[in-house]
Write a protein that binds this ligand. Structure first.
Ligand code: DON
Length: 304
């Protein structure tokens, strides 16, 4: 029997002692304020056992991790029609890269890079009555937790400085791959990225993707085949130009965000979330990557 708590404790102790914890993202001014010494890990097994260590109950900005949840809502709403507007290939480029989008006629490589997520935001705006309220309710339903909120300071901070996202949205618009006004789409996108959660809440929220589409309250949110597809996209595209490295070192479908969070899962077995705000050169949490590599190495629990 694996002693998950002892394994998490050992990984935490090693990580917190590391001299180089990476660099906190500064391009969204509000994120630059976060203390680099935060470090939390939370694990939930398919049987509902939970294990946590460090700052696993502190709120942080989930940022790009939200792209997976937006994709799952869009899949639930319009199904296969998504793929007329976004592809499912890894980009091999940074999350905010633009030249590929122009070369490929305004069809983003996948829904987990910024341009792809902006198209998904557009789909949600077209298909939800009250987009921001409805999307937040969806997340709260997945987590079984009504306390989850948008951090409006983070959303406004990115709204004032997210020029590359404006460039991506206008490029999409020029290719007629955005139906709603740029300002409206980006307002939704910046809010979606500004959702705050703890490692513990994120682990619960992502449980449905490890559980064939059924959330912790046993409600069906996606079909089994849809959950499988999202996991495939996370494996190939969840870490941008570091997706290969994550599959190589960790071997799980997962998603990172520039707030320093990473969620990863093994279908029918567990979900794990790490948070450490210091990022590596590719924009993924430095300690989070190391912690997950250590976890799958020690437990031998990975998809490979
Ligand atoms: O659009 C952005 O740049 C941010 N709101 C999200 C980027 C992000 O989290 C990339 N993740 N590693």
């Amino acid at each position: 029997m694996l002693d998950f708590q002892a394994i998490l404790n050992a990984i935490y102790n090693k990580g917190i002692a590391a001299k180089n914890k990476g660099t906190v993202a500064t391009y969204i001014p509000e994120l630059a304020e976060v203390d680099i010494n935060n470090f939390g890990i939370h694990l939930r097994t398919a049987q509902g056992e939970e294990f946590g260590v460090g700052d696993d109950n502190k709120l942080f900005s989930i940022q790009s991790i939200s792209k997976v949840l937006a994709l799952s809502k869009a899949m639930a709403l319009i199904g296969e029609d998504i793929w007329k507007r976004v592809d499912v290939e890894p980009s091999g480029d940074p999350f905010n890269h633009l030249s590929q989008l122009e070369l490929e006629n305004g069809i983003p490589r996948n829904p987990l890079i910024n341009s792809g997520a902006i198209v998904i935001s557009d789909i949600l705006i077209s298909n939800l009555k009250n987009p921001k309220e409805d999307f937040l309710s969806y997340i709260r339903d997945l987590a079984g937790d009504e306390s989850i909120q948008y951090n409006l300071d983070v959303a406004n901070s990115e709204k004032a400085t997210g020029f590359k996202n404006y460039a991506a949205a206008y490029l999409l618009k020029s290719f007629k791959n955005l139906q709603n006004p740029v300002e409206e789409v980006l307002d939704f996108y910046f809010h979606q990225c500004a959702i705050e959660m703890t490692c513990s809440q994120l682990t619960k929220t992502f449980f449905f993707l490890s559980n064939q589409g059924k959330c912790i309250l046993n409600k069906v949110h996606l079909r089994k085949s849809q959950a499988k597809r999202i996991n495939a996209i996370m494996l190939t595209c969840g870490f941008y130009d570091e997706a290969g490295e994550f599959a190589f070192e960790v071997g799980l479908p997962g998603k990172s965000g520039v707030g320093g969070g990473i969620v990863a899962l093994l279908p029918d077995q567990f979900v794990i979330t790490c948070w450490s705000p210091g990022l590596n050169a590719k924009g993924n949490s430095k300690l989070g990557m190391l912690a997950l590599e250590e976890f799958t190495t020690q437990t031998k629990l990975s998809i490979f």
